[in-house]
Design a protein around this ligand. Structure first.
Ligand code: M6R
Length: 357
């Protein structure tokens, strides 16, 4: 069961190197991505892609959709399922619609899938539970290999969804004969080891969590792919520790949220995307000038000033940083909840699978 861990959430955090490896298994051969499940799809038939999901799975699609758009140049649209199903989305037979769900039973995601099919889209489900409703309803299905996820807060399902969405983006690009970053494909195989190394740094993140113990609010900032990461970091923190957390595009701070920053506020900043990191760094300085204590997750080579709590992520392709940075964010949420004595595996008011609207 918990295999000696105090909670399922902690056990599942530590399973990530293994389940990421399992999700990659057989899907990269030499420098080619192999997704045999999708071999009947003629990707040239599509001129638009929708990504639809809820909660953590939605955050995974925010990353995956950006990667797919960059690699394939197909326009993408990413929507929360409960919005998609009531917003009369523009869909026809040239639309590819991708639905992501750990459980495969989320009511809104299933309803969104049915709607997309009715409107003529080709549907792909990314699911974790074998034989789940979504895997039966979709035209095609890809499985993450995270194994059973018991804790209500999703951890290993999220990182395996990221891995599979990145594989999918590169697979479609490969089929469409686009230029592909082969180094990134190589690096995917090294991700389990890098995740293992970050897990070994857990004491650092436990210390960061102590900064949040007595706070009511925390602020997460990031740009580009890091915005998806901070949305997930904030969701994790609020659901397990009940610390109110919001995530902002760092560039939006001065359009309102910075009014909230005062002496002692904690800002958790993610800056792993080299093309935009300097801009986030300058937003960080703006929060420090107003008294914030910053926890920064970044990569070597970025110029960091005045930030005492800086954690450097391993040197891999920026696209893959979304997978790595998830680990410190999970730990920060987990340890904050533990310090506050929360029931980590069963947060109040939440169910593992949301089967009603
Ligand atoms: O099973 P699903 O992936 O469809 O679930 C979607 C959300 O309900 C789920 O990710 C939820 O947000 C988790 N509690 C997040 O930790």
């Amino acid at each position: 069961q918990k295999d000696g861990y105090d909670t399922f959430m902690l056990k599942e955090i530590y399973e990530q190197p293994h389940v990421i490896q399992e999700t990659l298994r057989g899907r990269i051969i030499e420098d080619k991505i192999v997704l045999d499940e999708l071999q009947d799809i003629d990707f040239k038939d599509y001129n638009k892609v929708y990504f639809v999901a809820c909660g953590t799975a939605y955050h995974a699609t925010l990353c995956g959709s950006q990667v797919l758009e960059r690699t394939t140049k197909l326009p993408v649209n990413t929507m929360v399922a409960s919005e998609f199903r009531y917003n009369d989305p523009l869909i026809d037979k040239h639309t590819l619609a991708i639905f992501v769900s750990q459980s495969g039973e989320t009511a809104d995601t299933l309803a969104a899938l049915r709607l997309a099919k009715e409107k003529g889209a080709t549907t792909i489900a990314i699911a974790n539970v074998l034989g789940s409703t979504i895997s039966r309803d979709a035209d095609y299905v890809l499985y993450t290999c995270a194994g059973p996820e018991i804790a209500v807060a999703s951890t290993k399902a999220y990182t395996t969804q990221l891995v599979l969405l990145i594989l999918l983006a590169y697979y479609v690009a490969q089929v469409l004969e686009k230029n592909i970053d082969h180094e990134l494909i190589d690096q995917l195989n090294t991700i389990p080891q890098y995740v293992e190394n970050i897990l070994n740094d857990h004491a650092i993140f436990e210390n960061y969590a102590k900064m949040l113990e007595n706070l009511h609010d925390a602020y997460f900032i990031g740009r580009s792919l890091d915005y998806a990461s901070v949305l997930e970091g904030a969701l994790k923190l609020k659901e397990v520790s009940y610390v109110h957390a919001d995530a902002y595009v760092a560039g939006e701070l001065k359009h309102g949220p910075i009014a909230l920053i005062e002496e002692g506020s904690v800002v958790i900043a993610v800056a792993t995307q080299p093309h935009i990191a300097a801009k986030t760094m300058s937003n960080i300085q703006e929060t420090i000038a107003r008294g914030a204590n910053v926890i920064l997750l970044t990569t070597h080579g970025e110029e960091v000033k005045n930030v005492e709590n800086t954690y450097y992520l391993p040197d891999v392709s920026p696209t893959l940083q979304s997978i790595l940075v998830a680990i410190p964010l999970q730990f920060i949420a987990y340890y904050t909840a533990c310090i506050k004595g929360c029931d980590v595996d069963k947060p109040r008011n939440l169910a593992k699978s949301v089967t009603v609207e």
